[in-house]
Ligand binder design. Structure first.
Ligand SMILES: C[S@@+](CC[C@H](N)C(=O)[O-])C[C@H]1O[C@@H](n2cnc3c(N)ncnc32)[C@H](O)[C@@H]1O
Length: 276
């Protein structure tokens, strides 16, 4: 293959891989360039390389192509979900053998990646929107997990459930029944009202599981100077300690290059001292 052909094929290959890993919609793939390349003599090599990537386990998702549809943002995967999934894959010990509760799961990418790569004991996906919950259940089944009675054929497979959990309505008793060791949430600080509802849940978790409070990871994209400010103010008002998780190196998922995403780790029981 001539050097310029090789360069073209490599960039086409990367373009496919990035879109595939980011679960981008099929129309966004560079089909026309692929068709042109496949007409060249080296076309079969390129096709083979595309078919062999990516390697490893995969998460299959059905999701919307619109950022907002049916009055919700939960039918599509957001960048913070990809970032948190990536951090989890690099830090599986934070989830292994734990019961994990996800708040505002949306399409379910983060939780499914954790279920497949981190071996949690149990994983509870949750959301409050009917259509999101329906899609979420479908995505859980699509990835080979059962939502029926827990009869694991593979002992390393977690018990998976999908809960209808509205932060404005959930009670302390309902939260406490989950007995979560770890709570996660991605891209759920997009407006003040939602942020306050989330803090309400965190305060309840802190109060109802005082002796055995879960560790919480909240990931969000900083879209403006104010993103996260209200959340941090409210956490401090509630006496919930927080620290920023150091950014991880090596991008697995191609989220927007310019977006700044952070993960905050919260300690709900107030027994640990955490610096800012
Ligand atoms: C921007 S989406 C993020 C979805 C997913 N975590 C992600 O990052 O791809 C926000 C999600 O939070 C959920 N949500 C918003 N307010 C909620 C509430 N009061 N109770 C439960 N879920 C809520 C929405 O239904 C939606 O699925």
């Amino acid at each position: 293959m001539a050097p310029e052909d090789h360069e073209g094929a490599t960039s086409l290959l990367q373009s496919f891989e990035r879109r595939f890993l980011a679960a981008r919609a099929l129309p966004s793939f560079p089909w026309q360039s692929l068709e042109e390349k496949l007409r060249e003599p080296s076309g079969s090599e390129l096709l083979l390389a595309i078919l062999q990537k990516p390697s490893g386990d995969s998460v299959t998702l059905s999701e919307s192509t619109a950022i907002v549809s049916h009055g919700t943002t939960g039918l599509v995967t957001w960048d913070a979900a990809l970032y948190l999934a990536e951090w989890a894959i690099k830090n599986p010990a934070a989830f292994t053998d734990r019961t994990v509760l996800e708040l505002g799961s949306g399409a379910g990418l983060t939780g499914l990646a954790i279920c497949k790569a981190c071996y949690p004991r149990a994983f509870i996906f949750s959301d409050c929107h009917g259509q999101v919950l329906e899609q979420l259940r479908g995505n859980v089944l699509l990835n080979g997990f059962s939502l029926e009675l827990y009869t694991p054929t593979d002992p390393s497979s977690p018990k998976v459930t999908v809960a209808d959990l509205d932060w404005d309505e959930v009670t302390a008793a309902q939260l406490s029944a989950f007995q979560a060791d770890v709570v996660i949430a991605a891209d759920v600080l997009y407006c003040g009202e939602v942020t306050l509802s989330l803090v309400r849940v965190l305060k309840m978790l802190s109060a109802c599981q005082r002796m055995n409070a879960p560790v919480v990871y909240v990931a969000y994209t900083i879209r403006s100077q104010d993103t996260g400010k209200l959340f941090i103010t409210e956490l401090e008002r509630a006496g919930i300690y927080w620290e920023e998780v150091p950014p991880h190196a090596g991008q697995l998922f191609p989220y927007e290059e310019h977006s700044a995403i952070v993960i905050l780790k919260l300690v709900l029981n107030g027994c640990h001292s955490v610096g800012r």
